[in-house]
Design a protein around this ligand. Structure first.
Ligand SMILES: Nc1nc2c(ncn2[C@@H]2O[C@H](COP(=O)(O)OP(=O)(O)OP(=O)(O)O)[C@@H](O)[C@H]2O)c(=O)[nH]1
Ligand SMILES: [Mg+2]
Length: 399
């Protein structure tokens, strides 16, 4: 699972990544600070099964703190996108290529409306962020369309001669974008294209690309810099005018809170609506005032800085992930070595026992005999659909 962070220059993409992951991606108030994509790992939270089953766990592939499991999620922050990027403007297409494997795109917009289309500072509040949403979707569409058009003429000729289906041809063409065949089939049906009649394709090709993009690379809007004047008005406007999810965020405030927490001056659990000052002296007067401001204008008003809440919503509500714990010993909830609940995996809802086995170890799936749920010991077959927080032992003939 990969989440892509996109948006025009200086909207706060790298700051958002830093807020989520504390990786220290370069941040700057000038366009194209990021040239090479930054990768980071964020942690989504889920109540840990150690608490429910009253055991002490030994997490390996994830972390556990105070009964909360932190599961890793990969993020990619790319260079800023400007109008015409699909034709090579700005840093051009390269960063679009970086996003090919993304399952979902977080579109960061500067909700304060203080940057032009290219990310240059202008009078505060003078830019309408709705423009950014429209242009970015158009750029991605133009990029996908260009990939198809590269050898569309040949493709169509062959299809006419051999009565090939558009969905098969497009699936081949778009493998690099990780687009599933089912998505292409649905989009073709939705826009009303006759799949095996190539003479009808041209008119609806652009419409089809948009339909594929919406399903294959769904987009969520992050109204960032919500701490700034005019941002709230723009947030409301975005919500009113868009049919996709829009969330307020203050990435910079989250970076500040997390870094003070790491220094030990405050206690703060990312995502929470409160913090506690631990070391007033080390914190100093200026930062105390800043904290008060964050408390009044963000935490009390919006419930949090938004960053962690967006991550959680994307993973559990939009990507429909569930948490599953594989074990070897169903009574001790442990692996071979006695580690209790060592691993927790995020898998899409609907994943079957055998699909999960393949994820843990390919040999497990090849030699799958049955599964067993813990701690009940209930036997399950290969087609059993895993439920959130299932603890499962895979019984396989693999050595
Ligand atoms: N007030 C405020 N400023 C922010 C916030 N998030 C980011 N910024 C500022 O916005 C500027 C640009 O931030 P970056 O994270 O470098 O933006 P970017 O989108 O990665 O920019 P490029 O890499 O150039 O495309 C910096 O000066 C940040 O400090 C926020 O939530 N509030
Ligand atoms: Mg950047």
């Amino acid at each position: 699972m990969l989440i892509g962070i996109v948006g025009k220059p200086s909207c706060g993409k790298s700051t958002f990544l830093n807020a989520l992951t504390m990786v220290d991606a370069k941040v700057g108030d000038y366009p194209f600070t990021t040239v090479k994509p930054n990768r980071g790992t964020a942690y989504v939270r889920s109540p840990c099964m150690c608490k429910i089953h009253e055991v002490e766990d030994n997490p390996k592939n994830s972390k556990c703190k105070d009964g909360i499991r932190f599961l890793p999620v990969s993020f990619l922050d790319v260079a800023g996108l400007v109008p015409g990027a699909s034709e090579g403007r700005g840093l051009g297409n390269k960063f679009l290529d970086d996003l090919r494997q993304a399952d979902i795109l977080l579109h960061i917009v500067d909700a304060s409306g203080s940057l032009d289309a290219e990310g240059n500072p202008i009078d505060k509040g003078s830019w309408d962020p709705l423009n950014d949403v429209v242009f970015l979707a158009n750029e991605i569409d133009a990029w996908i369309l260009a990939i198809i058009q590269r050898d569309y003429v040949m493709m169509k000729k062959k299809a006419l001669a051999e009565k090939l289906h558009l969905s098969t041809l497009l699936h081949e063409k778009l493998t690099g974008l990780a687009v599933k065949k089912r998505i292409i089939d649905d989009a073709i049906r939705d826009v009303g294209i006759i799949n095996d009649d190539a003479s009808t394709w041209d008119d609806k090709l652009a419409e089809l690309v948009t339909a594929i993009r919406k399903k294959a690379k769904p987009m969520v809007i992050v109204a960032n810099k919500i701490d700034q004047p005019k941002a709230e008005d723009n947030l409301n406007k975005l919500k009113e005018n868009l049919s996709i999810d829009v969330f307020p965020a203050a990435a910079l405030a989250e970076v500040f809170l997390r870094s003070e927490q790491e220094k030990g001056t405050i206690s703060y659990n990312p995502g929470n609506s409160t913090y506690k000052i631990l070391d007033q002296e080390k914190l100093g007067e200026q930062k105390t005032l800043l904290l008060e401001k964050i408390d009044e204008s963000l935490l009390k008003k919006y419930g949090s800085t938004g960053v962690q809440a967006i991550l959680s919503y994307v993973v559990f509500n939009l990507l429909n992930m569930i948490v599953v714990y594989p074990v070897e010993d169903t009574s001790k909830l442990a692996d071979k070595l006695g580690n209790v609940l060592p691993d927790a995996y995020l898998v899409p809802k609907g994943t079957t026992a055998i699909e999960f086995a393949a994820k843990v170890h390919t040999d497990f799936a090849k030699n799958f005999i049955h599964g067993q749920l813990a701690p009940s010991g209930r036997r399950i077959g290969a087609d059993y659909e895993l439920q959130n927080n299932d603890i499962i032992k895979i019984v396989s003939a693999a050595k």
